[in-house]
Design a protein around this ligand. Sequence first.
Ligand code: ADP
Ligand code: ZN
Ligand code: ZN
Length: 650
Amino acid sequence: MSMIEVVFNLPVNRKFTYSVADGLDIGPGYRVLAPFGSRRLTGYVVATTETPPPGVKEIKQIERAVDKRAIFDSRLLDLAGWLSDMYLCSLGEALAAILPGGRREVEPEEMGGELAISKEVTLSSHQRNAVEQIGGASRGVYYLHGVTGSGKTEVFLQVSREILGRGRGVIYLVPEISLTHQVVDVFQKFLEQPVAVLHSGLTPSQRLKMWLDLLDETVGLVIGARSAVFAPVKKLGLIIIDEEHEGSYKSGTTPRYHARQVAMHRCHAEEAVLLMGSATPSLEAYHYMHTGKLRHLSLPERLSGGSMPAVKIQDLNGESVPLSRSLIREIRKTHEEGRQSILFLNRRGFSYFFHCHSCGYEMKCRNCSVSLTFHKQKNSMVCHYCGYRSPPVDVCPECGSIDVGYSGFGTERIEEEIERLFPDLTVRRVDTDSVRAKHGLKEILNEFHAGKIDILLGTQMVAKGLNFPGVKLVGVISADTGLQLPDFRAAERTFNLIVQVSGRAGRFHPDGKVVVQTYLPQNQTIRLAAQGDLETFYSKELEARRMLGFPPFTRLIRLVFRARSSAKSCSAAAGFAQILSDHGKDRPDVEILGPVECPLSVIAGNHRNHLILRSRNFKHVHALARQSLQRFQVPSGVYVEVDVDPVSLL
Ligand code: ADP
Ligand code: ZN
Ligand code: ZN
């Protein structure tokens, strides 16, 4: 009788021994269906063994193998080991992240628009230099820092062709699945070979088929979002991370990995080149570029006839809101010149807060500690965190006063304003409320591209990657939305967003114009973003992070204790804090912040308390978290979220 060691997608870092029926050939890397307590679970085989674990009387037999072959090779098992180690999760959780089998499938939206590289272009000297340096390398970490519209995609294409030509594989990561399809077309045409796309819209069996094709080496290039960083590409030669600064590269569920960190590890372990690119690098990347840990290549100019747009900051104090007179004027002028406008606002819905002027009541979600947003089309108050809805009211539910009001504006409200102000112009709203249908977004973007839409209004969905020749004007309706968040990255995010949105203007004509509306016209982040002054922003922000002891000068580990009751969440966090301070005595260089309620103290009915560990020494902070987690008995009804290098502390 042979025996195997199996791990499960559970928060317990333990291997379980099972026996295998005679004649069944199962080894490491297989998935199996195994009895577990009263359930049957899919597990991952990580080893074979001769000796049963001591003290175990009865060894259960696995029910069957899930696949005909191993789906993880030794390289991927090693990667899972590293993940579990680095992100403090179980080996089973790591393997489940590498090849998710989930059922919660969503149809991806396709993105139309213009990427316009069907022909061979003559590379600029900066592009050529980048292609030669990176394409000629066999390892190392490169950063392609180019202004928006500077032709980074072209460099990615040519470097990929180089690497594929040497018989090595390529992984190309993009921040969002909606951007994938246009990129796939371009790559397929250019490389003249099939390209695999790993995205969340695949059914488990489609995903598995693609996975096995990659293991068998029938495709050389894979495109996908975050989890494609695990693609089992044979003889990996290159990983590209496009728009490296994007928050979507960080996983929001266990293990909370960052695709950049995983890519660094893989490229190191498999001797491949890592190439990242963005117009607005993350602060970390910028820091490492200047300390020599990353090789920095720059693309300083726009190539297809455009130039950087003129940016105007519009003070909203004392102005007509939500659209200032000068923005209204510019929209009108742009239309008269036969050109188009993009308006950006990072908030959906009609208006934001319902409050009572008599008693101060504010309408919050029943399950979350956030305000409800009024959606006019749905005629309800909606929670953007958990989806809870309640009917709109016009008297205070608390004191009965009718001296109540709604304030703050979202995209729905802007749409109404525009229709009122410009009855002769065609406006389309693009946000997750308006774009539901499978091809909705693609159609809208195609129409916009064809000039049938005058004003494209939307959330982040219009902020990135779009490349439309007809656009002259970009209006940022409110630059302030993200600034007040109690998060150390608030300034960085605001800066990136303004620069990226502004980057949609003037890509093909040198007369692009941007209007940035704000109640804080003197705010440094907004001013520097408007000026496109990256150097000053990054150096000031780095200085602030250094002074305050935030990354990249320290490393953080965050532990969130989630429970249905506030008392449970609180006492779990306090219990953990006790263990930390016992262990922490030997590690004076690790600071323990908290426990304290999270800024978002309740989400979907779960109460949240957190602790943040901070140190200049990653080994120390990591070891302290690991040892304390090993010692900690998780109380029933409590879930611990472990976040190594968190990007958000909300
Ligand atoms: P980025 O990703 O840097 O924002 P893109 O790669 O989308 O920019 O390129 C912007 C535009 O410049 C595209 O329309 C592309 O076709 C064009 N382009 C890229 N390289 C060249 C070149 N060498 N000559 C002319 N046009 C180019
Ligand atoms: Zn009231
Ligand atoms: Zn809610």
